[in-house]
Write a protein that binds this ligand. Structure first.
Ligand code: ZN
Length: 186
C-alpha cells in the first residue's frame, strides 16, 4: 500500500489509536510499509496516526551513525539497541521516571520544526511484537525520547502539547504557518 505522511492540521493526528487484538497479515504489511516510509523520510519514528490510521502501532529505528546517545535494557540488563532495530510497538504501555531531561525534538508531521521538549529520563515499555507476544524493555536517551514521542502520537498527543509556555510562544509562529499550509493543501 502507498502511505502518505499526514501533516499537522489533519484531525487524524488527534485520534486515540484503537488496540490491535491480533497481528493479521494486513498489520504486518502496514508495519513493513511504515518502516519503509520512515526510512524514506529520514525519520527515527513513525506512528500509525501519521499515515492516517487510528491504531496503537508505531515503529522506531535509531540509526547506528546518529550522534545522540541511546540506551536500552532487557530485564534490567543493558543490551545493544541496534540488535533490536527497527522496533515495532503494538499496544505500548509506558511508565516514566520522575527525573526529566530536556532535548531537541522534531516530528515528520511538522516539517522543519525543532523544539526543546522535556521528557522522562528513562521509560519502561510493555508492548506486543509482530509475533503477537508481549515483551518489555527500558530505554533512555534518544531511544527513550522517541518511544515517548510515538506513544504520545498513539494517544492523540503532539510534541507541541509538551512545550513550556515560553517555548510554545517562541514556536507559535512556525506552528501557525504549518497549520496554514495544511489547510491550503486541503
Ligand atoms: Zn511525531
Amino acid at each position: 500500500m502507498v502511505l502518505k505522511i499526514v501533516n499537522y492540521g489533519d484531525p487524524i493526528l488527534r485520534k486515540v489509536g484503537r488496540s490491535i487484538t491480533k497481528v493479521t497479515p494486513e498489520i504486518r504489511e502496514l508495519v513493513a510499509d511504515m518502516i519503509d516510509k520512515m526510512h524514506e523520510a529520514h525519520g527515527i519514528g513513525l506512528a500509525a496516526q501519521q499515515v492516517g490510521r487510528d491504531l496503537q502501532l508505531a515503529v522506531i529505528d535509531i540509526p547506528k551513525d546518529i550522534e545522540r546517545p541511546s540506551r536500552m535494557w532487557l530485564e534490567g540488563k543493558e543490551v545493544d539497541l541496534h540488535d533490536y532495530m527497527p522496533l515495532v510497538l503494538i499496544n505500548p504501555q509506558i511508565t516514566l521516571t520522575k527525573k526529566k531531561e530536556t532535548d531537541s525534538e522534531g516530528c515528520l508531521s511538522f516539517p522543519g520544526l525543532t523544539v526543546e521538549v522535556s521528557r522522562g529520563y528513562r521509560v519502561s515499555v510493555t508492548c506486543m511484537n509482530l509475533e503477537g507476544k508481549t515483551w518489555s524493555f527500558d530505554a533512555a536517551g534518544l531511544l527513550g525520547r522517541a518511544v515517548q514521542h510515538e506513544v504520545d502520537h498513539l494517544n492523540g498527543i503532539l510534541f507541541i502539547d509538551r512545550l513550556t509556555k515560553a517555548e510554545r510562544a517562541l514556536a507559535q509562529g512556525e506552528i501557525d504557518a504549518l497549520r496554514g499550509q495544511s489547510v491550503t493543501a486541503g
